[in-house]
Each structure stands twice: as C-alpha cells, then as structure tokens.
Design a protein around this ligand. Sequence first.
Ligand code: LMR
Length: 350
Amino acid sequence: MKFFLTGSFIAIIILIVLFSYRQNIFSTTALPYDDEQQGLDDQITIHFSHVVAENTPKGAAAEKFKELVEEKSNGKVVVQIYPNGMLYNDENELDALRENKVQMIAPTISKMTGTLPNWQVLDLPFIIENNEQLKLVLNGQISKSLLQELEGINVKGLTFWNNGFKQIASTSPIIDIEQFKGKRIRMMASDILHEQYKLLDAKPIATSFGVVYSDLQQEVVDAQENTISNIYSKQFHTMENQITLSNHGILAYAVMMNKDFWGSLDADIQKIITDSLAEMQDWQFEQAEEFNKEDLLYLKANSDVQIYELDVETKNEWKEKLQPIYSHYENHINEHYLDDLLDEINNRIE
Ligand code: LMR
C-alpha cells in the first residue's frame, strides 16, 4: 500500500512537470506574437443597432453592408449587428450613437424630427407617390441637405435606405375618412404624423416600435401606419387584420455613424464604408420593393386578413382632409424644403 501511494505521488509529479514544460511555463523568453494576434489589435468593430427583424429591408441591408465592408477590408473592419431592438430601442438609440456606445444606427426619418424638425418634410403625406419618385428623393439634394444637418448633433449622415410606403393596419376597417374618427392610432413620434391623425379626427399615440405588439395584445391601440414588411415580419396582422393600401406616406431610414468614430477612421476605411453603401444602394431599393411585394402576397393568401385598395375618389377625400397639414409644416419649419421637394419631384420626373 505504502509503495502504491509513493508510486502514484511520483507519477503525478512527473505528469505536472511534463505538462508545465509543454505549456512553456518555465520559459523565460517572450511568447511568439503571430500575425493573427497583430490583426486583432488593429481590428475595427462597428456596432450597428436597429429595431426591426432581420427579414426586412433594413435588416437585410444591415447584413449586406456587413458583408461588403468585411470583404473589402479583408476582415479588418467587423460589423456587429444587433437587430430587433435587442441593444437599444427608438427612445435611446440616438443617444447611444451620440455617446459612441454603438457606432451605427438607421432610424426612420420620423424619429429624427424631434431633434431636427426640418426632417418632417419627408413625413408629409401624399407628396411622394411612387417608387421612382421615392428613389429620386432619397438620393437627391434635399436628402443630402438633411443628412448634412446631422453634423450639428455629432452625427455623420451616410445615406438613406428605403422601406417603401406606409399602409393602415387596423382591428376594424379604415377606408372611408369617417372611419378614422376616435381610433387610437399608433404612430412614430413626429409632430407631422400627430397633426395628420388629428386632422383625420383620430387619437394619435406615439410609441416605440418594440412595444407595438404588446400594445395590440393589450388592446390599447386600434390601428397603426406601417409598411407591409414591418406589419408582416412582426405579425401585427394577427391582431390588426384589416389592411388598407393607402400608400399615404413613406418610411425611409437615415443611415448614420457617430461623428468622432467616423473621424477616427483612416481615409481608406472611410472609403470602404462609402463605397459599400454606394454599391448596395440600387440593390437596397429593389430589396425594399421585393420584401413589401412578397409579404403582401403572404397577407393576401391569409384568409383571416382583409386587404382594401383606396379608389381614386376616396383617396382624394383623404387628401382634401389633410390639406391643412402643408401650411402647418410651412408655418413651423423651414418652408423652402417643401418647395424644393416639390421641384425635385416635378422637374426631374416626366
Ligand atoms: C416603426 O417604428 O414603425 C418603424 O420605424 C420601425 C422601423 O425601423 O422600420
């Protein structure tokens, strides 16, 4: 027994010495520094937070941006995406960006209007009426001026992404103008959207995208305006199964970075980022149309969902009721944006 214990003890000591030798524990020389470790030191990480699902125009665009930037930089730049508001939500993502807690976000234009009121021009209803005009405007001069306004709040504006036109989803039909009366309508926080629903005699309720589903479950709202891809990807239609294809407003995203972070990047990295965004721009617009078209087909195939089209006469009634909104905008904000927007649409589209 004594021999057995002594033998085991010696065997354990030999094993420990051998293991330590293999792990270089007794070595006095520094560990070799390989290229991969050096690469990690140089790596730049862009944390990109957004609030929608991955299978949406913005979710897919974020993934495409990641793919292009990582490929063009040979992995030197890594883009970490946080979808579905898992990191920040509508209320705090802009602050998180400005404090460099994340480096990139892409909020809906409406959500910027509290900070930069001129942005409301893109929230005005029935100004942009088709995809061609939408693409022209989001790539045009007004959009560039709006992005430029971000400089004043420590943000670098990069480009606009698209998610098409907003529709009305509700628990009971909203087709005729009178059917808005008294309806509690969830909207994004925006003075113009608030004004819009006041003019329609509805009760506007501004909430964060992340709580829309639970608000519907708890029956604290009756309707909302959103794109088909947002309605379908978040399954809002399971509760708001009456959908009116009104195309009354647009939903677009301002893609932005923390300005100091942007300034800290070498010119070649900045170029990789702007080149990637430029390369994917047409693709992004096509994707937005595609997602909304396909998701509409799914909704049409669902027998629990009713889809309504607005006929010309009814649409004109909506437009007439909303007429005062344009002077409301001009009285409160820099009116030249609206004139420029109309010029941009009318002069360049036959
Ligand atoms: C919403 O709040 O309804 C949208 O802005 C969500 C989004 O980012 O598309």
